[in-house]
Design a protein around this ligand. Structure first.
Ligand code: ME8
Length: 537
């Protein structure tokens, strides 16, 4: 039996409402989970929220709320956004849940039992926005955090330490023996040189605020929020050793942004080694989106992109497609609404939308909507054989790309099929075939060919565009159950020419991606760019 596929997103802090960056990671993880489900792997997809720590406590105080009340409000914003964006998580973990806190305490006890916890003092810098300790030499202008450019706080308090230094060599060995532990390779190299620089013991408890999981056996220490947060990947499965834990741990992939690589690729594996637990297969690090060349920031309204608003106007699937197609998963990208609309018109309205429209229209017009069968005697002649070759290649290439965490490459392969199908229609000219009763077999064979291409394209884009894929299948005449079954299986290339279900009847198409003309684009920009950003010079 192939091993299960367990994929996670970071758990997001509840001091901020979901934005484009959160949506990106979650959509990418969702597409990968959906793909692996279609390969009939035992898939588990986890997301959730990170609700403890000083940052959340301070954000709650600033809003005159308790941290729990803040978390309870904001968690709904995340859940709602994931519904809007068609995210199909199997579980949503909150770090304030009892099931989580229990496993965090267990993890702590395991580190302690391994002799890896000792009491000391932390006298040093701490950036609350990063929830991270900083050595003075790593700050800028004396006291500024290099990530947030805001002053770090000087902290001086008793603290428990985790003997991370003890795992330096074992961790380096793990990287050597598992070349794909951190991907892409540039991030792997970065983290390996960081480890080679030497691992120091890590301060893992705080005493100057209270919003966290208590250190077992103490009443004044709370566990460092990253120790708490990372444990979510296990606590969501249940207690260590539980049935779900045995079924899904170790995770196949922690998908994360590059901002939190060190926590995942150094702290987490050291913790797991200390606790005697297996390490995840892969930490896949994606790049960073800027908006119009600027870092996303709450204080810069022009960089606030609300995924709910965009999805509401042009469909969640269009946003999902753009984010996964525009930039390869490991690279940085710049988001502009103009690029989004440009790609929507070119790839979705023109290529895919047009293929659906013209092929269904012709099927209705020339064959009364009845889906014809392929003709064996024509299969090996051109342009039919060429169409089939491209389709077969696309199934393989798109599959390989999804396996390799490369959804943008998968979409490129699928688009080669979509574009070839449009070309096939142009070359085969069904409107001419329809005029000649002697060419009926050719007409039927061609129609079957482009409809099967559409059928496969729909099933292959389903991980990225689950709603539109279902709509395409419905317009192809598949009932709801049949469409769901088709989307639950990746196309089998060996069935080319005989995969399209027989006996379906298509009706006149409804446009899936209505073109955004200049007037509509102006209207959308007006809605999407926040009021306060418009006032900026
Ligand atoms: O770090 N581009 O939570 P967080 C791409 N709670 N991705 C982005 C992004 C951007 N501009 N901005 C944010 C935390 N992200 C911790 C995680 S996990 C055990 C604890 C995404 O709310 C990206 O995935 O700050 C990044 O890693 C994550 O949001 C950070 O979310």
């Amino acid at each position: 039996m192939t091993r299960s596929f367990y994929i996670t997103t970071p758990i997001y802090y509840v001091n901020d409402v979901p934005h484009l960056g959160h949506a990106y990671t979650t959509i990418a993880a969702d597409a990968l989970a959906r793909y692996h489900r279609a390969r009939e792997r035992d898939t588990y997809f986890l997301t959730g929220t990170d609700e403890h720590g000083q940052k959340i406590e301070e954000a709650a105080t600033a809003r005159g709320k308790t941290p729990q009340a803040l978390a309870d409000d904001v968690v709904e914003r995340f859940r709602d956004t994931w519904r809007v964006l068609a995210v199909s998580e199997d579980d949503f973990i909150r770090t304030t849940e009892a099931r989580h806190k229990r496993v965090v305490a267990d993890m702590w006890n395991r580190l302690e039992a391994a002799g890896d916890i000792y009491l000391g003092r932390y006298d040093g810098w701490y950036c609350v926005s990063c929830e991270a300790y900083y050595a003075a030499g790593n700050l800028e202008d004396g006291d500024r955090c290099p990530v947030h450019k805001r002053p770090a706080a000087w902290v001086s308090e008793p603290s428990y330490y985790f003997r991370m230094s003890r795992y330096e060599q074992a961790l380096l060995r793990h990287f050597e023996e598992n070349p794909t532990f951190v991907q892409p390779e540039s991030y792997r190299n970065e983290i390996v040189s960081f480890i080679k620089g030497g691992l120091r013991d890590l301060s893992v408890s705080r005493t100057t605020f209270g919003w966290g999981v208590p250190v077992p056996g103490t009443d004044d220490h709370v566990i460092y929020v990253w120790i708490d947060a990372l444990t979510n990947y296990i606590s969501a499965l249940g207690d260590i050793g539980s049935e779900k834990y045995e079924r899904y741990w170790p995770a196949t992939c922690h998908l994360i942004g590059k901002d939190i690589l060190r926590f995942h690729a150094v702290y987490w594996p050291c913790m797991l080694m200390s606790a005697g637990l297996p390490l995840p297969d892969t930490i896949y690090t994606h790049g960073w989106w800027t908006v119009r060349g600027e870092k996303m920031s709450k204080s810069m309204p022009a960089t606030r992109v609300d995924p709910n608003l965009v999805a509401g106007d042009i469909s969640a699937d269009a946003l999902r497609y753009f984010l996964l197609r525009e930039v390869p998963l490991g690279l940085d990208g710049d988001f502009t609404y103009e690029a989004l609309i440009g790609r929507y018109n070119a790839d979705l309205a023109n290529d895919l939308g047009n293929l659906l429209n013209r092929t269904l229209t012709m099927t209705v017009k020339f064959l009364g909507g009845d889906l014809p069968a392929a003709r064996a005697e024509l299969a090996d002649s051109e342009p039919h054989a060429g169409m089939r070759r491209v389709a077969v290649d696309a199934v393989k290439e798109a599959g390989d790309a999804f396996e390799a965490y490369a959804p943008s490459r998968a979409l490129e392969a699928i688009w080669r099929l979509v574009r070839e199908a449009n070309r096939y229609v142009d070359t085969a000219q069904p409107w001419k075939l329809a005029k000649d009763p002697d060419r009926r077999a050719e007409l039927e064979h061609t129609t079957h060919g482009f409809l099967e291409a559409l059928y496969w394209a729909a099933r292959m884009v389903a991980p990225v565009m689950p709603v539109k894929a279902a709509e395409i299948l419905a317009q192809l005449g598949l009932g709801e159950d049949a469409a769901a079954r088709a989307m639950a299986r990746w196309p089998d290339a060996s069935l080319a020419g005989k995969d399209l279900p027989a006996g379906l009847t298509v009706t006149k198409p409804t446009p899936l991606f209505p073109r955004i003309d200049d007037a509509r684009a102006a209207e959308l920009l007006e809605r999407w760019v926040p009021e306060d950003a418009k006032a900026e010079p």
